[in-house]
Design a protein around this ligand. Structure first.
Ligand code: MG
Length: 410
């Protein structure tokens, strides 16, 4: 059940009262502590965890128009922006061991155009998992048919081809259609503009991952053409290819993006990518299905950062006690618990001795500490019968406070 806005506001205000003056740079204390379900063996963060890093701000781009490429998002790595200068990011796709050569593809009217029989083109930069944006246009002057019309290709890591083809009123074998994973899977539909017009392609690519010689993740490709989904998390089954059934192969850590010369003067524009964070299988520490080892490591790191943060606070202050207590959510630590225990016992004794008006004046703080200790007990981070909890609950009862205690009890 989501909290009522009233309860949430109260929790947020209480958290603000307890929040330290300044947290570590990588932590963003923006919500209530001691709130949602605690971390567990495969989840390093609690639910609604205020210590979980904030997503970075990205300025969104703008959509492309037929005669005008859009603007990439602010964190995109631009591979071709229509200028001659960005052609320097590309080279001819020479064979392994051969020296690099400039490409013979040309920049014309803001487009990177394939010069037939000049060979594939590849980026000098190498990368792997990514969100990739490419726009292409088949020649307006329609020539040929089937695979001979407006054929090129987007080769992810130089290996797996997302087919580029003028399929507008031009049938071909389905697994070689525009937007197919060539030789693996056809696109679900053909959402193509007529030849001569730009098609916008957005790809989400995850490479296959092997560990100790075993395939642990086949890799996946999702493709949108002109905003229409054509590949939905399609497993790779290897890189695909012509005529032969694709078999899983070990992909390198990185590879270039390649564009195909299939003998047609296909044009490209507005090519950019955004690298994707590692998956849990590769050591990533966010998302679901983390390993126990990765989870424990992340929890330990978080706890250490919070303890470092706590060390900057006035020793023995309520904020100090609560920040130390918060570290226990991520990692049990005897020294931190001993301090919290000692401070909580002293705190409860002090509060118990307060006259009613003095307790009333500190209602928010006392409530916050009570909730924190209840939370620790609920998640077995403090003894269920931890004496200060009973003392503070007794004070709340005597004061007639509506302590939001029961919500935290199992
Ligand atoms: Mg092709």
């Amino acid at each position: 059940m989501p909290p009522t806005s009233r309860l949430f506001r109260r929790a947020a205000v209480a958290a603000l009262l307890a929040a330290p003056a300044a947290g570590l740079a990588q932590f963003h204390v923006t919500g209530p502590a001691f709130y949602g379900d605690a971390p567990d063996a495969t989840h390093p963060w609690s639910i609604h965890d205020r210590n979980r890093p904030q997503p970075k701000r990205v300025e969104p781009g703008t959509p492309s128009l037929p005669g005008q490429p859009g603007k990439p998002p602010s964190d995109a790595i631009v591979l071709f922006d229509g200028t001659e200068a960005s052609l320097a990011k590309w080279e001819a796709d020479t064979k392994a061991g051969e020296p690099a050569q400039p490409t013979k593809w040309i920049v014309k009217d803001g487009a990177l155009e394939c010069v037939p029989k000049s060979g594939y083109i590849r980026t000098k930069e190498q990368f792997a998992d990514c969100q990739l944006h490419v726009e292409w246009a088949a020649p307006k002057n329609v020539q040929g048919d089937s695979q001979g019309r407006g054929n090129s290709g987007i080769f992810l890591m130089g290996l797996a081809e997302v087919q580029v083809l003028d399929n507008y009123n031009n049938p071909t074998y389905a697994d070689g259609s525009a937007g197919s994973l060539y030789g693996i899977n056809p696109p679900m539909v053909h959402p193509l503009h007529p030849p001569g017009e730009y098609q916008s392609v957005d790809i989400i690519f995850r490479r296959p991952v092997h560990k100790d010689g075993q395939l642990v993740d086949p890799g996946y490709v999702t493709v949108f053409i002109n905003g229409v989904l054509v590949q939905d998390h399609t497993p790779l089954e290897g890189p695909g290819g012509h005529l032969r059934r694709s078999k899983p192969v070990v992909f390198p850590a990185k590879g270039p993006l390649k564009l195909q010369d299939h003998g047609n003067p296909v044009r490209f524009r507005n090519i950019w990518y955004r690298p994707l964070p590692p998956r849990p299988i590769e050591g990533g520490t966010d998302g679901g299905f983390l390993t126990a080892e990765a989870t424990a490591a992340k929890r330990k790191e978080t706890a250490a950062s919070i303890r470092a943060d706590a060390a900057k606070l006035k020793t023995g202050s309520v904020a100090h006690m609560l920040r130390l207590a918060e570290s226990l959510i991520y990692e049990k630590d005897a020294a931190a618990w001993t301090q919290v225990e000692k401070l909580a016992v002293a705190y409860a004794a002090e509060v118990k001795a307060l006259a009613s008006p003095a307790a009333e004046a500190r209602k928010g703080e006392i409530t916050n500490v009570t909730k924190a200790l209840q939370y620790l007990a609920k998640f077995d981070l403090a003894p269920k019968n931890f004496a200060p909890i009973g003392v503070l609950e007794g004070v709340a009862k005597a004061q007639g406070w509506d302590l939001p205690a029961k919500q935290n009890k199992k």
